[in-house]
Design a protein around this ligand. Structure first.
Ligand code: PLP
Length: 369
């Protein structure tokens, strides 16, 4: 694919006119078509109130089906959520009493707090040189019943080999926090043999705050009951009978009240945008950009924190830097957006970034060291 191919997307990201925006692992901008979609949703409410309610519900379902295809699930296994933390709490509510949890010390707290809050027995594995090899996890499975892991780790960019983990998990539940891979790497919950997955809208997915998706494998819908239920959790969504429950056998029963349509439509518009490009192409582009960043950072003599083996790589690169918070603040003044994370600075470019964005960062770093 020619470099020029990627330039065409710049126009959809006006932020590029003023900023060298290099940390989508913190939060991403919203693409213009996604913004337009959200504006249309509110415009509709301004001018039509609730008149289009039915059409909105139909649109929500068509977006749900698209997400099912996107992660290789069934539409009945997808629920819309508002954050990773909400998704992880919904999952923990279902299975935290099933047995002990095995996770690791690299996790973002959204992966662990919901289990700790429920006083689940939890064991944290230590990574070896930033990596949690599936072989090591296998040796440490012990009596655990629940494996909780991020697809990609926020603090060093380590990408877990979920397909291999899914093969050795046995009868344990595999719970995946997908937020740092959602919108940048292909996702296939079937291939991973995942039982649960959740991810947020506002980072790599470029759809703004307040949205996300939850996947719950069909067979667990029979076994477990959600802690919360509401009038819209039932088989007939618009049943006004106030004396029956009859929960729907679908993950969407966790959407117990009226939907957040503009947020769901933003998710749908972003998904359409990604589907037009293709996730394999986006993954390759981001790995090309991060390969380039790694080689230029190494030229500068900076120590890389991110595991370098190809199969462990993602959209995130972390390099060591003293006084990282101060450096990030200085860069902010120059309109370069990066984050202090772990022992240094994190960069996380998306497909619309250019190699010249990396060059600008390197030039500023050169001035510093
Ligand atoms: C792996 C991971 N999960 C979750 C979150 C954020 O959680 P939430 O969507 O609940 O705000 C982050 C934020 O950096 C993250 O890196």
């Amino acid at each position: 694919m020619k470099t020029d191919f990627w330039k065409r997307f710049r126009k959809d990201f006006p932020i590029t006119e003023r900023w060298t925006y290099l940390d989508h692992a913190a939060a991403g901008p919203i693409a213009k078509p996604v913004h337009e979609e959200v504006q249309r949703a509110y415009w509709d409410t301004v001018h039509y109130g609730d008149v289009h309610w039915r059409a909105w519900l139909e649109k929500r379902e068509s977006i749900r089906e698209k997400f099912a295809r996107f992660i290789h699930a069934d539409a009945s296994e997808i629920a819309f959520i508002h954050s990773t933390s909400e998704g992880m709490n919904l999952i923990a509510d279902l299975i935290s009493r099933e047995g002990s949890v095995l996770t690791n010390t690299l996790e973002f707290p959204a992966s662990t707090v919901p289990w700790l809050h429920r006083k689940a027995k939890i064991r944290f594995l230590e990574p070896v040189e930033g990596v949690l090899p599936v072989g090591d996890i296998k040796k440490n499975l012990g009596h655990s019943k629940i494996l909780v892991t991020s697809f990609v780790q926020y603090q060093n960019g380590f990408r877990q080999d979920l397909e291999a983990l899914g093969k050795i998990k046995g009868k344990r539940y595999l719970v995946v926090n997908g937020t740092q891979g959602f919108g940048v790497l292909p996702i296939n919950v079937r291939k991973w043999n995942a039982d649960f997955f959740c991810a947020a809208s506002y980072k790599w997915f470029l759809a703004g705050h307040g949205g996300g998706i939850l996947f719950a494998k069909k067979e667990w819908l029979d076994k477990f009951k959600p802690a919360f239920a509401g009038w819209r959790s039932r088989v007939v969504e618009e049943d006004f009978n106030n004396r029956t429950v009859h929960l729907r056998k679908a993950a969407s029963r966790t959407e117990y009240g009226c939907p957040t349509f503009p947020v769901i439509f933003a998710l749908g518009a972003s998904l359409d945008y990604f589907n037009r490009i293709g996730m394999e192409a986006i993954e390759k582009r981001v790995l090309d950009l991060t390969d380039y960043a790694l080689s230029r950072l190494e030229d500068l003599g900076l120590e890389i924190v991110t595991p370098l083996e190809r199969k462990y790589r993602s959209g995130i690169v972390v390099f060591k830097m003293d006084r990282a918070a101060e450096v990030a603040r200085r860069f902010l003044k120059k309109r370069i957006f990066v984050s202090p994370r772990g022992p240094g600075i994190r960069i996380a470019p998306h497909f619309y970034n250019q190699f010249s964005d990396i060059d600008r960062l390197i030039k500023e770093l050169k001035g510093l060291i």
